[in-house]
Write a protein that binds this ligand. Structure first.
Ligand code: ZN
Length: 175
């Protein structure tokens, strides 16, 4: 019975997060280059964080849960992290895994915090995502598996990549 109720009332229904307008502003159907090196599967320090849904709900806000654990997408322009231009590090909001350096953040104009490379190759993992009639590359935290966003190949130099992230899935700490 509990399971049925959870299916009928997913957390994103009650939150400000929608599952539909996923990071698709520009070049949404492009896939990333197959020649790009595949991320190392081993997370930083061999660290893994595994929790039950109930445990995640205890430590995450409803919007964080909807994005990180249910693959939701925050409303474009809604994250305060868009406006951050200080030096520092962006961490996974679920497990505090360092994800991106402010040095690689750029203004993509999409309304989502955007970076051209993760802080370390194995900080994130990539998966093919064919939801909503698009083929995209999903980016998740390589420590806790939390959904972060997608990567597209229309980014700036030096990588040409655009890591389109949900700000609500991250925290920022100044250097
Ligand atoms: Zn994480």
């Amino acid at each position: 019975m509990k399971f049925t109720l959870l299916l009928l009332l997913p957390a994103w229904l009650a939150s400000g997060v929608t599952l539909l307008n996923a990071c698709q502003t520009s070049a949404s159907d492009q896939t990333t280059s197959a020649s790009r090196s595949v991320a190392d599967d081993t997370p930083p320090g061999g660290r893994r964080v595994v929790k039950t849904d109930a445990e995640w709900k205890k430590i995450l806000t409803a919007d964080q849960y909807a994005v990180l654990r249910e693959h939701g997408t925050e409303r474009a322009g809604s994250s305060p992290l868009n406006e951050i231009h200080q030096h520092g590090t962006f961490y996974c909001a679920g497990c505090h895994n360092p994800l991106f350096s402010s040095d690689t953040k750029f203004e993509s104009g999409t309304g989502w915090p955007s970076f051209y490379t993760p802080i370390a190759k194995n900080a994130v993992k990539e998966d093919r995502d064919v939801s909503y009639g698009m083929t995209r590359t999903e980016i998740s935290c390589n420590v806790c598996g939390g959904h972060l966003g997608h990567v597209f190949n229309d980014g700036p130099k030096p990588t040409g990549l655009r890591y389109c992230m949900n700000g609500v899935a991250m925290t920022f700490e100044k250097k």
